[in-house]
Ligand binder design. Structure first.
Ligand code: PLP
Length: 415
């Protein structure tokens, strides 16, 4: 039985106004949800309503508007803590996005804890956002970034991982690992990997950019020190993000960016800092978008995270089955389970060229290296064509994609 009836999917689609538009005269087929997801009416309205009636700076004013804005902003923190099953609301740091969250950890925890020759373990198919901040901080601390190799099916090589944990490349201080690969959709066994790391006293960061939008993520069950993700990939407005950190871990960290709101007392003889999480939230936050973030979480929970995951699994299975009938097409990322992403290459056809042709047919897919150049290098390709799904994606849209790919194959590949 399908996770949703066809009527339920149509009802879901009708909540996303953008799905009603055309592109190049064709109905939009939006298959780029892993890059940015779309916003339902309830999120768009929550933002508008905030701007119409409550728009004022937070934490600063005694006036009514500021207090109402603060309630909305802080309400999103409460909502996120509940969504992630965090122990305390103070464990939620509101950021501009996943990238900023990782840079925050690198510049606070990393600066305080990494020493010369220490190893930060990442996966070989990591997003650049979880490689480059560790390289930058390594330039200052002398620590290095070491990749856990992946097997041909894009799963992580667990034997190699164990050897690395045991110090094969140097003493490991941090495991910074994606939960789900944005390039291939592979769901990694992070619970077990965190357990193995923690047993050796190694700190852990999970990049949840592609997992938190697709299935229930419980930080207590994960038992990671940090979890990071972006709002715009989970139907919330852009410019919103989260750094979850265990309270005692966050509390031991000094600040990163300095400015308003993150201080306790400022004087020219020295400054003291605010408590967690405000210590990490310098300057005016994106309070308007916070209203939308809360609405996005309400929307996701109303639809149901379990159903969203089940629907993902159905769509991935259907897309694998249909795409593998196309001559010259190879799917990268055959290891299951996956979360809402199918990545493929067409023999002799550059992904960019394919993407441009598909766009002319109204189909929005991502083409290129997906900010994961080492992953592309591992598989010897310049990039892939990536279709990524949401709960509103239909089998008919996947059929349109497959038909489009067949046409690209004929025009550019002569097949
Ligand atoms: N990590 C993963 C796995 C991602 O897929 C992305 C975005 O695609 C990021 C990090 C960076 O997210 P953002 O650009 O929203 O900061």
């Amino acid at each position: 039985m399908s996770a949703f009836t066809p009527e339920e999917i149509q009802a879901l689609r009708s909540r996303f106004p953008i799905l009603g538009r055309t592109v190049h005269g064709k109905p939009l087929v939006y298959l780029d949800n892993a890059a940015t997801s779309q916003m339902p009416n309830s999120v768009i309205e929550a933002v508008r309503e905030f701007d119409r009636t409550k728009h004022a700076n937070v934490h600063r004013g005694v006036h009514q508007l500021s207090q109402e804005a603060t309630d909305v902003h802080e309400g999103s923190r409460d909502r996120l803590a509940k969504f992630l099953n965090a122990r305390r609301r103070e464990e939620i740091v509101l950021t501009r996005g996943c990238t900023e969250s990782i840079n925050l950890v690198a510049n606070t925890w990393g600066r305080q804890n990494l020493r010369s020759k220490d190893v930060v373990l990442v996966s070989q198919i990591e997003h650049h956002a979880n490689i480059v901040p560790w390289q930058l901080i390594g330039n200052q601390t002398g620590s290095t970034v070491v990749p856990i190799p992946v097997l041909d099916d894009t799963s992580l090589d667990q034997d190699a991982f164990l050897k690395l944990l045991e110090g094969a490349a140097g003493p490991v201080k941090l495991l910074a690992i994606q939960h789900v690969s944005n390039a291939f959709g592979t769901i990694h066994p992070v619970v077990e990997m965190i357990r193995l790391a923690r047993a050796r006293g190694i700190a852990t960061l999970v990049d949840g950019a592609q997992s938190v939008p697709h299935f229930a993520v419980d930080v207590q069950a994960l038992d990671c020190d940090f979890l990071v993700f972006s709002g715009h990939k989970m139907h919330a407005p852009t410019g919103t993000g989260v750094l979850y950190g265990k309270f005692e871990v966050l509390d031991a960290l000094g600040p990163w960016q300095g400015g308003g709101d993150m201080i306790d007392k400022v004087s020219f003889s020295g400054t003291t800092f605010h408590e967690v999480p405000y210590r990490f939230e310098a300057g005016t936050p994106n309070f308007t978008a916070a209203a939308g973030f809360t609405a996005a979480l309400d929307f996701l929970e109303e639809v149901g995270m379990e159903k969203i995951h089940d629907r993902d699994t159905e769509l991935v299975a259907y897309a694998h089955q249909e795409l593998s009938t196309v001559p010259g097409l190879k799917i990268l990322g055959t290891h299951l389970p996956k979360a809402g992403v199918v990545s493929f290459v067409l023999d002799g056809i550059h992904p960019y060229d394919a993407g441009m042709f598909l766009d002319q047919m109204g189909i929005a897919v991502r083409t290129g290296h997906h900010c994961a150049q080492p992953a592309m290098e591992r598989f010897g390709v310049p990039g892939t064509i990536r279709a990524s799904f949401a709960m509103f994606t239909t089998e008919t849209e996947i059929d349109t994609l497959v038909e489009g790919v067949r046409r690209v194959n004929k025009i550019l590949g002569g097949r």
